[in-house]
Design a protein around this ligand. Structure first.
Ligand code: DON
Length: 560
């Protein structure tokens, strides 16, 4: 698994008198001039075609973003939002925040019933959606960094929607799995479940209404979506069905450019996601807690390694629950959370031999410091421009509501707020008042597009879907590459663990050795098996682009 030749491994193994060398994992996909790693193949090929025709990584990202809205309706979207991290070959970086915002009529307790208990309205149906951000976000990225004509970047998506494409096995299964929620809404049932009959494997899937919407966006830019015909379709349907989003909400929505968070770790430079993502703070804080802990000595996949990972995760997720939220509404104590003295104190509270019960871990900042389903793709072009983009409808197929006449699903991102501070949301995340609902506010996210450089040159581009488990997965992949010298594919595929403070459970993947799990149990961990976030990553190494699509899910790495 390590980046050393098989011959050397064999030599070491034979010298040690052992018989079986460690298994080599899968190779990554190689490229020289361009690489796109996405969770759906047709969209990945759209991105490569843009790069081959002279477009840059941002052009390709815009085209892939729109294509996934057609070919991967599970998470690709026009009706959701996300984050795009760009690092240009000249060294500049930028973070485009196109996270959904709460509509003007949203309120603190809007998802509580008369007994004060949270309802499912934040997850399914017309009231679950924040104001979509994707179209404005892709447009802002294109205006700032794109080089190809906007309409040309939408054309592949328009063609895929109008002419159709064969339904993959993954897609067929996925629609079956979500039949319960999609069939509640007539337009979703008609389009995605073929009126209830369901699509077969390889059957042609066409989306004429979506092709129309994309055509209008190609012609007039985001104006159509936020002020024009599409805006009217959204607002009218919302008014008719008890939803909250109005024309004024749409007109007022802005994508924002923010400054990425940055930090150093073991000779590498990490560029990552600022609030309203909680992910970048998490990556930098957890990496800093691990630095100097000596955790690497236990070896990748050992109980000792997983113990340290779980303990730094537990401490970060406790902080996440209290301190973080939309920077337009709350003061995020980032400097305090990353302060070396605070990080030292948190690291020192880790018992090398025992799990710390979560009830003994609180959000730890001193007062003085106070101040479902998603998709990710990574792109690197031949100039060395990099894009890491994660966007989402939240749950698979979002709120399950399709805008009639417009052909796209709306998000249920309102569930990422704390509907009731102190109680868990869909991902089991317990969150506080800083992430409570208010008009115009953006819910705290775990999406963590991240780019790592070495000596000023791009080294690793990565991110993942997977709700709360995104942050811990991105951390583990970067540790496996940096500290355990795995190639990027092995790092992406390597079994992971996740601990999010509450519930006090260690989630372990099937590939984690049962011996490690038994040792962890002796140290005080209660574990359960689960599948964690799917990382899409590119490593840039000695002139090679190495693409890794996660074996846990669908998709393809395409390079040339
Ligand atoms: O922004 C967030 O943290 C969530 N809405 C992400 C949802 C997600 O990754 C679901 N995927 N499995």
């Amino acid at each position: 698994m390590q980046r050393i030749s098989l011959v050397r491994i064999l030599a070491v193994v034979l010298a040690a008198g052992l018989v079986v060398p460690p298994a080599e994992g899968r190779d990554p996909i190689y490229g020289r001039k361009g690489m796109v790693v996405a969770q759906e193949s047709l969209a990945a090929h759209v991105g490569i075609a843009v790069l081959k025709s002279g477009g840059n990584a941002v052009d390709a990202a815009v085209a892939v973003g729109f294509a996934l809205a057609v070919t991967h309706p599970f998470a690709g979207n026009l009706g959701g939002g996300g984050f795009m991290l760009v690092r240009l070959a000249d060294g500049r970086s930028s973070f485009i925040d196109f996270r959904e915002a709460a509509p003007a009529r949203a309120s603190h307790d809007m998802y509580l019933d008369s007994n004060g208990a949270p309802t499912r309205d934040s997850i399914v149906g017309w009231r679950a959606s924040g104001i979509p951000g994707t179209v404005r976000g892709l447009e802002l990225a294109h205006k700032k960094f794109g080089s190809k004509a906007w309409a040309a970047l939408l054309q592949p998506a328009i063609d895929l929607a109008a002419k159709g494409f064969p339904v993959s096995r993954w897609q067929m299964e996925s629609w079956r799995e979500y039949e319960g929620s999609l069939s509640k809404f007539a337009e979703s049932k008609r389009i995605f479940l073929k009126g209830g009959a369901g699509y077969e494997w390889q059957e042609d899937f066409r989306q004429p209404e979506l092709a129309g919407t994309l055509g209008r966006i190609a012609a007039t830019g985001s104006r159509d979506f936020y002020e024009g015909e599409t805006a009217k379709l959204i607002a009218d349907a919302m008014a008719k069905n008890g939803g909250l989003i109005t024309l004024d909400d749409l007109r007022g929505y802005r994508a924002m450019e923010r400054t990425p968070l940055e930090g150093d770790y073991h000779g590498y430079h990490i560029i990552t996601s600022p609030p309203p993502s909680s992910g970048g703070v998490g990556i930098l804080q957890m990496a800093a807690m691990l630095d100097g802990s000596g955790y690497e000595a236990f070896g990748a996949g050992s109980a000792g390694e997983y113990h340290y990972l779980a303990e730094v995760m537990r401490r970060f997720y406790a902080d996440r629950s209290s301190y973080l939220g939309d920077p337009g509404f709350v003061k995020n104590p980032i400097a305090g959370l990353l302060d070396p003295a605070y990080v030292h104190e948190r690291r020192a509270s880790i018992d090398p031999a025992r799990a710390t019960p979560s009830e003994q871990v609180s959000p730890g900042l001193a007062a003085s410091h106070e101040g479902a389903n998603t998709t990710h793709f990574s792109i690197v072009d031949g100039w060395g421009n990099c894009v890491a983009l994660t966007y989402t409808l939240n749950n698979g197929y979002g709120s399950a509501v399709t805008v009639p006449g417009a052909g796209f699903l709306l998000n249920d991102e309102m569930d990422d707020f704390s509907a009731k501070p102190g109680t868990a949301n869909m991902f089991g995340l317990v969150q506080g008042e800083n992430n409570s609902i208010a008009p115009g506010k953006r819910p705290l996210s775990s999406m963590t597009p991240t780019i790592i450089t070495k000596d000023g040159k791009p080294f690793l581009v990565l991110g993942a879907p997977g709700g709360a488990t995104i942050i811990s997965a991105v951390l583990q992949v970067l540790l496996d590459v940096i500290d355990f010298h795995m190639n990027v594919q092995d790092a992406v595929d390597f079994p992971r663990v996740h601990q999010q403070w509450k519930p006090d459970v260690l989630v372990v993947e099937r590939g984690v050795s049962p011996d490690s799990v038994a040792l962890l149990a002796k140290m005080g961990y209660t574990s359960r098996e689960g599948v964690l976030a799917e990382v899409q990553a590119i490593e840039i190494s000695e002139g090679w682009l190495e693409g890794a699509v996660d074996e846990r899910g669908p998709g393809e790495a395409v390079g040339y």
